[in-house]
Design a binder for this molecule. Structure first.
Ligand code: NDP
Ligand code: X2W
Length: 349
């Protein structure tokens, strides 16, 4: 039996929210019932986003859980850190399903959130209730859930690239180093000195070394996969492009695993999962090969000389890293095919 779900988007005027509008507009079983803005309620959404002219005519709603309950079944919360922790209890109390795209419900330890995000954490009940929606790893827990915490963009690329090898004991978890790069849309639509054109164009810079808020999220999942506490070096860089993340990961190989062993391990692990594509024959992926799509593409290089493997994982930060994975989570929550409304081919060139 087919059902249609009515969706509301809080933070609909941000990059993640606008991407949700683009993707949900093509979803066969979702109606966009409310687009919400804390600063522009009453204005037509297309006013600030001319690319939606003649396509979306909705007026922006205020952030009002009771109003949202009257219009919607599920709420995507695509707001800056600290906001979802405050709004989510009233949304859940109204009986709405919630998918939080921010970092507010990913870390299960409140003290960790306080340390890395420097904000007031969500209540422990809500952290316990939120299912961490890294679909290809925790999809079984997402099925039928009412409240999902969507993973971060960097953790999505990084963890999909590392978890199979860590779980299978193919690499030493203590040896992992992650070198990650993001396009500028990863920083959101707000302008700051660090992300305006003259600072970014023809420039390439490292930032938040050893301080990035995604470090504990990555370690939380790697520890779960390894069955023991894992700490890792995770370095982030800003690249002068609009979309895309590449995580290049280095680790010491255990035993005599070959390149072919890695390819078959990952192909088996992700068998039947449409959105993870494993490169073969020595090829590794580029960000353009996933742009605009919900794919995560992964490739390997095993160096017998050093005993290390290099794993390259790419995603579009706004799709698999945010809106696309959030919709994949909705599909799982509803018991639908996880690819519903998401089977588009990357934009190329
Ligand atoms: N950009 C990316 O690639 C990714 C982002 N994320 C996370 O998703 C979330 C959204 O990111 P992104 O879209 O890039 O961010 P943006 O800064 O582009 O947009 C966030 C939106 O949130 C709304 N907002 C701000 N404060 C409040 C508030 N107090 N109450 C309600 N709404 C508020 C604003 O819209 P308005 O003023 O209209 O209310 C704003 O447009 C963030 O937590 C981000 O870290 C996660 C993965 C990837
Ligand atoms: C390029 C860039 O600045 N990216 C952001 C990603 C922020 C993000 O998505 O934060 P949460 O997942 O914690 O919500 C950053 O590195 O902080």
């Amino acid at each position: 039996m087919s059902t249609t779900v009515r969706a509301a988007i809080i933070g609909s005027t941000g990059y993640g929210g606008v991407e949700l509008i683009r993707l949900l507009a093509g979803h066969p079983q979702v109606d966009i019932a409310s687009v919400v803005s804390s600063s522009s309620a009453g204005a037509p959404i297309a006013e600030g986003f001319p690319h939606l002219n003649e396509i979306r005519t909705e007026l922006l709603d205020d952030v009002d859980p009771a109003l949202l309950k009257s219009k919607a079944d599920v709420v995507f919360v695509a707001t800056p850190a600290g906001v979802a922790a405050k709004i989510t209890p009233s949304l859940l109390a109204e009986g709405l399903k919630v998918i939080d795209l921010s970092g507010d419900h990913r870390l299960k330890d409140r003290a960790e959130y306080e340390t890395w995000y420097k904000k007031e954490p969500a209540g422990q009940d809500y952290l316990d209730q939120a299912v961490f929606g890294l679909c290809e790893i925790y999809g079984d827990a997402v099925r039928g859930a009412d409240f999902v915490s969507n993973p971060g963009c960097y953790p999505t690329a990084t963890l999909l690239g590392l978890v199979p090898a860590v779980k299978a004991g193919f690499i030493d978890p203590a040896s992992i180093i992650v070198d990650a790069k993001s396009g500028v849309s990863g920083a959101g639509r707000g302008v700051s000195l660090g992300n305006h054109y003259a600072e970014i164009n023809e420039n390439f810079k490292a930032y938040k070394l050893n301080k990035h808020q995604h470090i504990p999220e990555i370690e939380q999942v790697l520890s779960d996969a390894a069955g023991r506490k894992v700490v890792t070096t995770f370095s982030t860089h800003l690249v002068p492009m609009t979309r895309g993340i590449m995580s290049t990961m280095y680790a010491t190989v255990t035993g005599n695993r070959t390149y072919d062993d890695f390819v078959s391990l990952y192909r088996n692990y992700y068998e039947g999962r449409h959105f993870v594509r494993i490169r073969r024959d020595g090829a590794y992926p580029a960000t353009k090969e996933v742009a605009g799509s919900n794919y995560c593409d992964i490739g390997f290089a095993v160096d017998e000389r050093t005993g290390r493997v290099t794993i390259v994982s790419v995603i579009d930060n706004l799709v698999k890293g945010a809106a696309g994975q959030a919709i994949q989570n909705l599909n799982l929550m509803m018991g639908w095919d996880e690819t519903l409304g998401l089977r588009f081919v990357p934009v190329y060139p």
